[in-house]
Design a protein around this ligand. Structure first.
Ligand code: PBG
Length: 331
């Protein structure tokens, strides 16, 4: 005997029943247009050098970077973010090498623009790859001095703009830097240089592999960046940071790290409706990648995590996996 049951009239599984209908109702897609490839460039290096803490990722010498850029551009990557690995003997207390118009990154920008002029170059503004203490600013009596650091960041930004960077990306979390950099760029007639602010950047342990990659972790030692990067526990404060950076002249804002911070991305996008990027940082990448290499996770977890950034509201994602993912998407 059948018992008479009332079936639901709404069956959400109907729209999941066949691949084509799933395609038709899908709300978000990941495409090559969403991916930004971060690249490490090492001074005096010939060829490439694998980064132990980041499986599949290498540092490039100035002699090998052009090839890589051409490959990325041919695959459809539209933007790269450059990070320098500076000779230890060029690092000092003030990060002086950062404002040298002839430094590694300025030369790399010129080289890259020579071979692929249309690729959008994002250049980081912060002193940590250049300081012998590994902090993002100028240390005075053990404290990173905000306003003295700003002078240096403005000079660094102008050197990068002069070299041909399209996007200047301050990642240092000093107060007031967007306004000063924006003013300096306007004064020097760099009207179309885009400011991508690392607006909500947290004091995260997920940056570990990056610090090894640029050689700043041993300089930093046991010291932390808690006095300038945001407290991991805070969320309203991220909106305050973003509001300030927009009012100071940022064109794009960024949330960093990414995956454990999707709530922040979502709030920022909903609150401000401005272009919002996310950074899937080194620790997130290495975590997924090492699990994939060990066959504990399937390779698709990488593109799944990137699609989730889009769902949360990110317009583009900086990810070390950009190259391999765009190769997958092109298939
Ligand atoms: C430096 C900077 C960091 C990252 C990007 N720019 C590290 C830090 O703040 O210590 C981290 C990127 C990553 O982990 O992939 N200002």
């Amino acid at each position: 005997m059948f018992t008479k049951r009332k079936f639901p009239s709404t069956r959400l599984r109907r729209l999941r029943s066949k691949p084509f209908i799933r395609d038709l109702v899908r709300e978000n897609v990941l495409s090559g247009d969403d991916l930004i490839q971060p690249l490490f460039i090492k001074e005096d290096l010939k060829g490439t050098e694998a980064i132990t803490q980041m499986p599949g990722i290498s540092r490039f010498g100035l002699d090998s970077i052009e090839n890589e850029i051409e490959e990325l551009a041919n695959l459809g990557i539209k933007s790269i973010a450059l990070f320098p690995v500076i000779n230890p003997d060029k690092k000092d207390e003030f990060g002086t090498e950062a404002i040298n118009q002839n430094n590694l990154i300025c030369n790399a920008i010129k080289k890259i623009k020579n071979v692929v002029p249309e690729i959008i170059i994002i250049s980081d503004v912060a002193l940590d790859p250049y300081t012998n203490h590994g902090h993002d600013g100028i240390l005075i009596d053990g404290y990173v001095e905000n306003d003295k650091t700003l002078d240096q960041l403005v000079k660094q930004s102008l050197a990068l703009a002069e070299s041909g960077a399209d996007i200047i990306a301050p990642s240092d979390m000093m107060d007031g830097r967007i306004k000063l950099i924006r003013n300096a760029l306007e004064e020097q007639d760099f009207k179309n240089i885009i400011l991508l602010s690392y607006a909500a950047k947290y004091n995260s342990k997920f940056y570990g592999p990056f610090r090894s990659a640029v050689g700043s972790s041993s300089n930093l030692g046991k010291s932390t960046k808690a006095e300038y990067q945001m407290d991991v526990a805070n969320s309203s404060e991220a909106l305050h940071e973003v509001a300030l950076d927009i009012s100071e002249g940022a064109d794009i804002v960024m949330v960093k790290p990414g995956m454990p911070y999707l709530d922040i991305i979502s709030k920022v996008k909903e609150t401000f409706n401005v272009p919002t990027f996310a950074y899937q940082v080194s620790g997130e990448y290495s975590m997924l990648k090492s699990a994939i290499e060990n066959k504990w996770l399937e390779p698709e977890v990488m593109s799944e995590s990137l699609l989730c950034f889009k769902r949360a509201g990110a317009d583009a994602v900086l990810t070390y996996a950009a190259k391999e993912i765009i190769m997958e998407l092109n298939k």
